[in-house]
Ligand binder design. Structure first.
Ligand code: SAH
Ligand code: SF4
Ligand code: F3S
Length: 473
């Protein structure tokens, strides 16, 4: 099955992905359409779903109006994420009124959170399948075709889909996501993920290496290893010999020096020096760590149940910079968590100042039903105040990102070319070791997608570095 690209929007991965298939004219095969929201893990899951459906004789379509099965892979992380999905469902329901044979299925975290309630709330939804239930999709679709409402929201302690070869969606043929674990055993009080994704479990190391090697052979040049907390990856091999995250990272890096390796997300309480030494020891493991801090106030960190202090976090940042000089560091920050005072907020700004993040993903607190925070604490900061604090955080981060980019001017970056620049087909876009976007003209070089280039950075606009290629790297 051929899968082509579509569009993206949303905060981190930003958005929705559509599968576009190679429908054979006149073919009677049933067609599915899938759209994804939320984090990279959800996008990776949609590639597993595409593979399972492909194996059951379905072909993909990019037009939901002509689909027999319309699937939406959903996110529950903030209320706004769920609202976006409800308005998409509204559009799909209208399409179903014109095509009564169409089935609508809700997958992912919102399916898991709301379970059968979704069928009552969202009339005309036929299927509700949680993140651990995708193997049963073909059977559930059949049951739904016979008029039954189908639900599978069982969470598993074992499922990792290790043996399923994902069908790449939205692929540029250069970068791919590879899930190395599922679920999360932390209980950050604001977070819905432990409820929607279940217990943490690691995927068979051998299957990860095989998937990454296969991607390299197909021409991919970058893999991002995914987990909610990659540092607690642990595979107990039957042949004896455990595999830790540091060992796995090293094994993936050894596939080829031409394959770049990234990973996300690290947890400040778990990231080890061993992992940092592996990063430093391999040129092809990117010098980049995403280390969400959430808040700079010890009181708030405790209420959030993050299990580290501001001092611990800053010590980890110093250690990263000691072991991996030039490491790009980004973070996640939440403003306006329960009881947050102006002083707590100022502590977040001062931590940002000390940590000097190159980039941050920032959010205002959104209470999620059933979480520890929703049960224990009042959501007592007015939304206007949450947004005012968020605005200060964003402005402060923008200033720091600009000054981090200014420091790069005159330096030479190794850039992996991902495709045309969004603004002009006459320029290439790629990212450097530190995960910064670099744009440079195609003129005067014979480089292509998937090539590495040495680029001299000449100036920067907002978040992007602009340069000139010196040579192929
Ligand atoms: N596993 C990762 C993050 C997963 S969710 C980690 O531990 O860091 C991605 C980010 O969404 C979080 O880091 C947090 O900043 C944000 N987030 C999670 N729940 C939220 C909520 N209820 N309101 C606002 N932001 C939230
Ligand atoms: Fe959520 Fe915390 Fe787990 Fe991240 S580590 S997914 S924030 S519970
Ligand atoms: Fe959203 Fe689920 Fe990911 S809640 S952020 S899609 S794990």
């Amino acid at each position: 099955m051929e899968v082509l690209t579509a569009r993206m929007h949303d905060e981190k991965i930003q958005g929705s992905a559509y599968v576009q298939g190679s429908a054979i004219p006149g073919s009677s095969a049933r067609k599915f359409y899938i759209e994804s929201y939320g984090c990279a893990m959800n996008f990776a899951d949609s590639e597993i779903v595409a593979s399972i459906l492909g194996g059951s004789g379905f072909i993909a379509t990019a037009d939901f109006r002509e689909a027999d099965v319309v699937l939406i892979n959903t996110c529950s992380i903030r209320e706004k994420a769920e609202q976006t999905i409800r308005s998409r469902l509204h559009i799909f329901r209208q399409a179903k009124r014109l095509n009564s044979g169409m089935l609508i299925g809700v997958l992912g975290c919102m399916a898991e959170r709301l379970k059968a309630k979704l069928l009552e709330e969202e009339k005309l939804v036929d299927l509700v399948v949680g993140p651990d239930g995708y193997r049963t999709l073909p059977v559930l679709i059949e049951a739904a075709e016979e008029g039954q409402k189908s639900v599978n929201v069982l969470l598993s302690r074992e499922e990792t889909y290790a043996d399923i070869s994902p069908v790449r969606i939205n692929s540029n043929g250069v970068n791919a996501f590879v899930s190395i674990m599922r679920g999360c055993n932390n209980m950050c009080s604001f977070c819905v993920v432990p409820f929607t994704r279940g217990r943490e479990r690691s995927r068979d190391a051998g299957s990860i290496i095989r998937e990454c090697s296969g991607l390299f052979e197909e021409g991919y040049r970058e893999v991002t290893l995914l987990g909610q907390n990659v540092d607690s990856y642990h595979w107990y091999s039957e042949k004896g010999g455990d595999v830790t995250f540091a060992m796995l990272l090293e094994q993936v890096a050894c596939i080829s020096p031409e394959l770049r390796v990234r990973f996300s997300t690290s947890h400040p309480k778990d990231i080890t020096d061993e992992v940092l030494f592996v990063i430093d020891g391999h040129e092809n493991i990117c010098n980049y760590v995403h280390l969400p801090v959430q808040s700079g106030s010890n009181r708030i960190l405790q209420l959030m149940n993050r299990t580290y202090t501001r001092e611990w976090y800053l010590a980890r940042i110093r250690r990263i910079r000691e072991i991996v000089p030039d490491c790009g560091i980004s973070s996640d920050i939440i403003s306006g968590f329960c009881t947050e005072t102006e002083d707590d907020h100022q502590e977040t700004l001062s931590l940002m100042h000390e940590a000097r993040f190159d980039m941050s993903y920032t959010y205002f607190y959104s209470e999620r039903p059933g979480t520890l925070a929703a049960r224990r604490y009042a959501d007592d900061i007015p939304e206007t105040e949450k947004k005012r604090r968020l605005d200060e955080i964003v402005k402060f981060q923008n200033r720091m990102s600009r000054s981090s980019n200014l420091k790069d001017i005159g330096s030479i970056s190794k850039v992996l070319i991902e495709g045309d620049s969004k603004k002009s087909a006459a320029a290439w876009m790629g990212r450097n070791d530190q995960n910064k976007v670099v744009v440079f003209t195609k003129q005067g070089n014979s480089l292509g997608k998937g090539d590495y280039a040495l680029v001299r950075i000449e100036h920067s606009t907002g978040a992007t570095l602009i340069g000139e290629a010196i040579s192929k790297a």
